[in-house]
Design a protein around this ligand. Structure first.
Ligand code: GS8
Length: 217
């Protein structure tokens, strides 16, 4: 039975999972969830994710939510298929992938989400961006990216000289950030900029960016 992903094409967390599917060249069924109609807060979807957020995955009788848990499951289940995102044959490399996926989730994501929200989502809701929220989080993100700059001056990717789930998890939010004036936080750090240009040009991600059209360039 094919994997079934519930989500929306412009949703960052959905795209995180879709990028993983494409890296693994998996067959899957995509079930659109209409956020504007509030479908994610209705009982049928709440049965898949009681927190009422996309994405959710069904694999036979298994239902999962949380995009990073889904990518980890898929990368492990299909470790012999497509690109190896978790370095499953090397314990130390696999551990470093876990370290840097935690860094993305615990340090990068909390700083980048409010910036993207203020620039791109608040205006859709009829509000102007709150500059004080942007400034506070840009400072936090800058500090995280100083550490990335140092790391990426000695390894090509975050976990080592190999692309992994740790890099992949950064793609959707950074893609939106790069469409805002805050893109400078990436562009002014040469190793981070080169890393971004590399990971965002992978075909598995480029397949998705057409659907990520909060903002057209
Ligand atoms: C976050 C999911 C999320 O924010 C994950 O899956 O990684 N930690 C979770 N989903 C958003 C869309 S993200 O692009 C969502 O469903 N928002 C609607 C809402 O919260 O009502």
């Amino acid at each position: 039975m094919a994997l079934k992903l519930y989500g929306a094409p412009m949703s960052t967390c959905t795209c995180r999972v879709l990028t993983c599917f494409h890296e693994k060249s998996l067959d899957f069924e995509f079930v659109p969830v209409d956020l504007f109609a509030g479908e994610h807060k209705q009982p049928p979807f709440l049965a898949k994710n009681p927190f009422g957020q996309i994405p959710a995955l069904e694999d036979g009788d298994l239902t999962l939510f949380e995009s990073r848990a889904i990518t980890s499951y898929v990368a492990e289940k299909f470790k012999g298929t497509g690109y190896d995102l978790i370095r499953h044959e090397n314990l130390k490399e696999a551990a470093l992938v876990k370290v840097w996926t935690e860094v993305e989730s615990q340090r990068y994501n909390p700083a980048i989400v409010p910036i993207v929200f203020q620039f791109l989502v608040a205006p859709l809701q009829g509000n102007s961006p709150d500059q004080s929220i942007i400034d506070a989080n840009l400072e936090k993100l800058g500090k995280v990216l100083d550490i990335y700059e140092d790391r990426l001056s000695s390894t090509k990717y975050l976990a080592g000289d190999f692309y992994s789930l740790a890099d992949l998890h950064h793609l959707p939010y950074t893609y939106y950030l790069m469409k805002t004036p805050a893109a400078s936080v990436v562009n002014e750090r040469p190793h981070v900029k080169a890393w971004w240009e590399d990971i965002s040009s992978r075909p598995a991600f480029k397949k998705l960016t057409e659907g990520m059209n909060y903002v057209k360039k």
